[in-house]
Structure formats: structure tokens, C-alpha cells
Design a protein around this ligand. Structure first.
Ligand SMILES: Nc1nc2c(ncn2[C@@H]2O[C@H](COP(=O)(O)OP(=O)(O)OP(=O)(O)O)[C@@H](O)[C@H]2O)c(=O)[nH]1
Ligand SMILES: [Mg+2]
Length: 233
């Protein structure tokens, strides 16, 4: 799955990706500020998670647009400590909602290890755009709640694809799997192949030459049938 980590300047986007990937990520930065991107790969119960962190400076909008393309989920990071960042958070939220309409989003209320951190209820009062979104208090520094943040978002993203994923699981390895997928999902060939490509890229599937059949990577199959399993750890 492709996950984009966005939010205002200095809220902790790079630190979150650093924590999730155990430090094995890249960050293109200058004097501590991301100027191009963070990128890292994580493995959650066999699911490949491609993380893209955006730059938090307003002027890098084009970079954020490029990084956001095709994301399956959004981690929106807010700074629980700095009230001055709230207005910028609102701008960034509008931006990501424009780039990725309808894509599942979870809010990370970061820096909860600090005494000055505001509670989620206070943050909700100050940032009305958070209404209707799950907000998880986390610390990217100590790692508190970061794993459950990611798992919850993956669950939401997988639920959005649940019809497609259960058809993948059902017809994995079948002869003429593509035709069965098209029939089940009532899709023209072009669109069904588009789904195969999308999730082949995300390393969920292997697609046979000619596209006629596909195989789900074995450890992932139970997750595709029952996404809630990703929450059970
Ligand atoms: N105490 C504390 N500090 C944090 C936490 N997360 C990030 N920081 C600090 O906040 C500062 C900004 O963190 P980054 O991860 O670089 O933030 P960013 O959102 O990537 O910033 P830009 O790339 O400049 O937009 C750094 O000094 C981090 O060490 C946290 O959970 N707790
Ligand atoms: Mg950064």
C-alpha cells in the first residue's frame, strides 16, 4: 500500500517515517527540514507499505502533489504543542483533500511525550476540520501509538478496497482469473487490468504474462479476505 505522510512544517512527518522504518528510510533535507521527500518501506504482517513523507514548507506544493499521486491512505500529522502551526495545518488539510479526495485519512496528534502537548479534545476544538476524522495521540520520538496508527490506517484503506480484495483472494491462482475478476466486479477488461497493475506495483499480487491470471502473495491472502486481522496485534 502507498501511504503519504503530510502536514505542516515541523510537525514530525520525517520522525514518524524514521520510527516506522526503524531508521532505514531516506530523507532529502537541508538543515533539518525536508526539501524533497522522505521515503521508506515497512512490512506489516507481510503487507508492503511504501511511505512517502512530504516537505512541510508551503512553497513545495508541487512536490506534495507528485508524492500524493495514487496514495491509498493519508497520515495527516499535526503538532500537539505549537498552536501557531494550527492555521498551517488547516491549509495543508485542504490541500491534501484536494489532491486525494475520498482517500482514507488518519490524524496523528504528534509530540504527546511533551508536557505542553494538547489533548485530542483541545485539538479538535482548535482545528474544526478534524471533525469526522480519527485522531490518534502519538509520539514519534518514543514511538507510542505509532504502530496502532499505521495499522488503523491500513485497515481503513483495505476496507475501501474490500470488494476488490476479496475478489483477488477468491480468484488467486485460478485459470482465467482475470475473467472471473471482471465478472465478479462487473468491470471492463481495461479497468480490471488497471487494478491488477495497481496492486502488482504494491507487491500484493503477481500477475502472469498476458494478464490472464494472477496470484496473491501467500501471507497476505487472509488479510485480503478479512482486513480487520491487521488490527489484531
Ligand atoms: N518531543 C518530540 N519531538 C518531536 C517529535 N516528533 C518530531 N519531533 C521533533 O520536531 C522537529 C521536527 O521534526 P521532523 O520530523 O523533522 O518534522 P517534519 O514534519 O518532517 O518537518 P519538515 O520536513 O520541515 O516539514 C525535530 O526537531 C524532531 O526531533 C515527538 O514526537 N516528540
Ligand atoms: Mg520532514
Amino acid at each position: 500500500m502507498k501511504i503519504v505522510v503530510t502536514g505542516p512544517y515541523g510537525s514530525g512527518k520525517s520522525q514518524i517515517i524514521h520510527h516506522i522504518t526503524d531508521g532505514s528510510c531516506i530523507n532529502i533535507e537541508r538543515r533539518g527540514t525536508t526539501i524533497a521527500m522522505d521515503h521508506g518501506l515497512a512490512n506489516v504482517d507481510g503487507l508492503n507499505v511504501f511511505l512517502f513523507g512530504t516537505p512541510g514548507l508551503l512553497r513545495f506544493r508541487t512536490m506534495r502533489k507528485i508524492l500524493s499521486e495514487g496514495a491509498d491512505g493519508i497520515i495527516f500529522v499535526v503538532d500537539s504543542v505549537d498552536p501557531e502551526s494550527d492555521a498551517r495545518a488547516k491549509l495543508f488539510f485542504r490541500e491534501i483533500a484536494f489532491f486525494l479526495p475520498g482517500v482514507p485519512c488518519i490524524v496523528a496528534a504528534n509530540k504527546q511525550d511533551l508536557n505542553a502537548a494538547r489533548r485530542v479534545t483541545q485539538l479538535r476544538k482548535k482545528m474544526s476540520f478534524l471533525a469526522g476524522l480519527p485522531v490518534i495521540p502519538i509520539s514519534a520520538k518514543t514511538g507510542k501509538n505509532v504502530d496502532s496508527l499505521l495499522r488503523t490506517l491500513l485497515y481503513l484503506s483495505m476496507m475501501q478496497w474490500s470488494t476488490v480484495f476479496s475478489a483477488f483472494a477468491e480468484h488467486s491462482g485460478a485459470k482465467s482469473g482475470l475473467k472471473k475478476l471482471m465478472k465478479d466486479l462487473n468491470l471492463p477488461r481495461e479497468e480490471a487490468v488497471g487494478y491488477l497493475r495497481r496492486f502488482e506495483l504494491r507487491k500484493l499480487l503477481e500477475v502472469a504474462v498476458g494478464d490472464e491470471s494472477f496470484t496473491v502473495k501467500e501471507p497476505i491472502r487472509p488479510l485480503l479476505e478479512n482486513p480487520v486481522l491487521i488490527m489484531n496485534r
